[in-house]
Design a protein around this ligand. Sequence first.
Ligand SMILES: [Zn+2]
Length: 357
Amino acid sequence: MAALPLTDHHCHGVVRRDLDAAGFAGLLTEGARGSWESRLGFAVRDHCAPLLDLPAHAPPADYLDRRASLGHAEVTARLLAAAGLGALCVDTGYLPEPLLTPQELGAAAGAAAHEVVRLEQLAEQLLTSGVDAMGFASGVRENLADRAEAAVAAKSVAAYRVGLGLNPRRPTDSEVTAAAGLTLATIGRGGPARIADETLHRFLVWTAVDLGLPVQFHTGFGDPDLNLHQANPTLLTPLLRAIEPTGVPVLLLHTYPYHREAGYLTQVFDNVYFDIGLAVHNVGSRATAVLAEALELAPFPKLLYASDAFGLPEHYYLAATLFREALSAFLDEFTESDATRIAHLIGVDNATRVYRL
Ligand SMILES: [Zn+2]
């Protein structure tokens, strides 16, 4: 298991600066509250401290001191290299500040790095570039086709904006023009350049499908601005049914606490895949149970590994380490040759096949 070069099919950049105590805590958990007094905080002290030449269970203050004296670049290099990754698919769409690029992450990890294009970000950039409503649909098609030359997938955050109960029908260009006009009018009145329109999210998804680009959907838990019940992946059922004949892969990200529902969808639809993302390092000793629940119905060729790492290289290392532990425990009941084959499917081969890496 330690030698398995995991493909991390959903992750983000890490910060390119040294962090003070508050900065580190804020990136360790959602919101800075009690971050060291959490499973994740203890996991950093247990698993990451030795990589920074400290004893396991080192106190937080010692950890932060050592981190500062090594500097962010060295810490990132050590933790990413130790994660044992073979390939990364990096979501470049969320940039609250400059983060390491896919190429820089790949170099630090000693892994191949690929980009995933955030659909809404591409559309929002177009909306602020002077495009008019009539030019929006063709502009999105052209820009996404350009980005698709280098990217391995597209990602939708419709779950955050309008929920996953999307109409399955491909919208017409006149419907897209009308919807883009409403959003442009909002921007014209000083509103944010933010896609939050069911027709536009659906249009973006279909544009990616028409290009043959695998589509990732945020599903399940996430940041505090998410209405969790609208992120249940079963809400996508009509759209999944409409996309299935195209054969374009659909990837349900995170999925927890709907990992059983997601597993069901991957059994029903040939082209649907999923991960349990950062649930593994958030649920601590329950990780093996969550993994087992995800795989109650899902065929083994349908689950992928994802860290959902963001901001800190610690997330990359912990996610990989804890996933290996959980998968290893799950595979205990199988023969050695079956366990080896399943570990390779979930850790490497499924992602390689789906994204044609
Ligand atoms: Zn993510």
